[in-house]
Design a protein around this ligand. Sequence first.
Ligand SMILES: [Zn+2]
Length: 127
Amino acid sequence: MKREKKTDLKSLLVSNLHKLQLSARKKFRELKEGDSQLPTDPLDRSSLETNQNMTFMIHDRERLAMREIENALSKIEQGVFGICEICGCEIGKKRLRVSPASRLCVECQGRMERTEGKRRLAQAYAT
Ligand SMILES: [Zn+2]
């Protein structure tokens, strides 16, 4: 990959990471503020708890996304960015443009998703 292309991707990743950090911080503040004004009505309280659970779930997704981006950034540093973690081939440029934090090429991702799907199906039948 050409040098300027890498810098482009890096700044894209860094700005994505910043956006995620900002929104996570904002949500965290909202959550803390919500904590200090707990409603006394038990019905209200349960809906608030559901909201908080949702916020935690969103946080998990964001944390995961942040980790992926950090991983991609460290790969750029190591010079192994854009290489599939399973087969070692180059991940398509188009794919990287859409999701720069991709760790697998389209083929390996597809294969993994199919395996994952089969595993879930087997689990569903087992229970
Ligand atoms: Zn691959």
